[in-house]
Design a protein around this ligand. Structure first.
Ligand SMILES: NC(=O)c1ccc[n+]([C@@H]2O[C@H](COP(=O)([O-])OP(=O)(O)OC[C@H]3O[C@@H](n4cnc5c(N)ncnc54)[C@H](OP(=O)(O)O)[C@@H]3O)[C@@H](O)[C@H]2O)c1
Length: 220
């Protein structure tokens, strides 16, 4: 049994990750900003009031986890505010950067002292953050924040190699959640299943790579 910490698990993909990992017998600590009864019902330990834009949240979470250490950290919290070049609002772009790009770094930095050799970190970014895969344009704030999240994953992988901690960027697919207004090709259940497989496979041999939940390797 490993201890998984899922950041941003109140709904959608994060909730499903927490549910499936708890169901297979892992020890799961899931974080939310508000209350979420479904997590406790699934047998997860829940730490409420965790906002990835807050240092106080990061420190409090580290304190709550200090008893047992962390084997696998999944930075899943994300924010999408759709825009076009014309409608782009720069304050919204900054908010997305704070959540999507700096959030994983803030939480990783706080929890790193609790991680040992053999630990893993999954940063749930998005294919739309890929520079090499961009064929459709639009969504400046979200895309740019996820591109920065991809760089965070690469940077963490480089720095944490010496400590034996593997890091991957993960794309869940186009998933029917609140973020997409219920649109998408797959359910949160299917996305979480794929993400868990990718986390299971992640090793020091594959650290610093970017994966679709369906098993495709993605370009940065
Ligand atoms: N759905 C897709 O098609 C898709 C595609 C590519 C990538 N992704 C990525 O997958 C991840 C999960 O997305 P989803 O589709 O499950 O979205 P979702 O249903 O909108 O869930 C987003 C989660 O992030 C949390 N969150 C948002 N801002 C936060 C903050 N400041 N601090 C802490 N938690 C925060 C939300 O918590 P609250 O309940 O407190 O708001 C919620 O638990 C995101 O990183 C997203 O960018 C999704």
């Amino acid at each position: 049994m490993s201890r998984y910490v899922i950041i941003g698990a109140s709904r959608g993909i994060g909730l499903e990750l927490a549910r499936q990992l708890a169901a297979r017998g892992e020890e799961v600590t899931a974080t939310t900003r508000g209350a979420c009864e479904a997590l406790a019902e699934a047998g997860c330990e829940v730490v409420e009031g965790i906002d990835v834009t807050s240092d106080e949240s990061a420190e409090r979470l580290a304190g709550a986890l200090a008893d047992g250490g962390v084997d696998v950290l999944v930075c899943n919290a994300g924010l999408l505010i759709s825009d076009t070049l014309e409608s782009l609002n720069f304050d919204d772009a900054l908010r997305q950067y704070m959540v999507n790009a700096l959030g994983p770094v803030r939480m990783t930095r706080a929890l790193l002292p609790l991680m040992k050799e053999g630990g893993k970190i999954g940063v749930v970014t998005s294919r739309v953050g890929s520079l090499g895969d961009n064929t459709s344009g639009g969504n400046y704030g979200y895309r740019m924040s996820k591109a920065a999240a991809n760089m965070a994953a690469v940077n963490l992988a480089v720095e944490l190699r010496a400590r034996g901690i593997a890091v991957a960027a993960l794309h869940p697919g186009y998933v029917r959640t609140e973020m997409t207004g219920g649109h998408g090709n797959i359910s949160p259940e299917a996305a979480a299943r794929g993400l868990i497989l990718r986390l299971d496979e992640l090793s020091m041999e594959t650290t610093g790579t970017f994966w679709h939940a369906d098993g495709q390797r993605l370009p940065w």
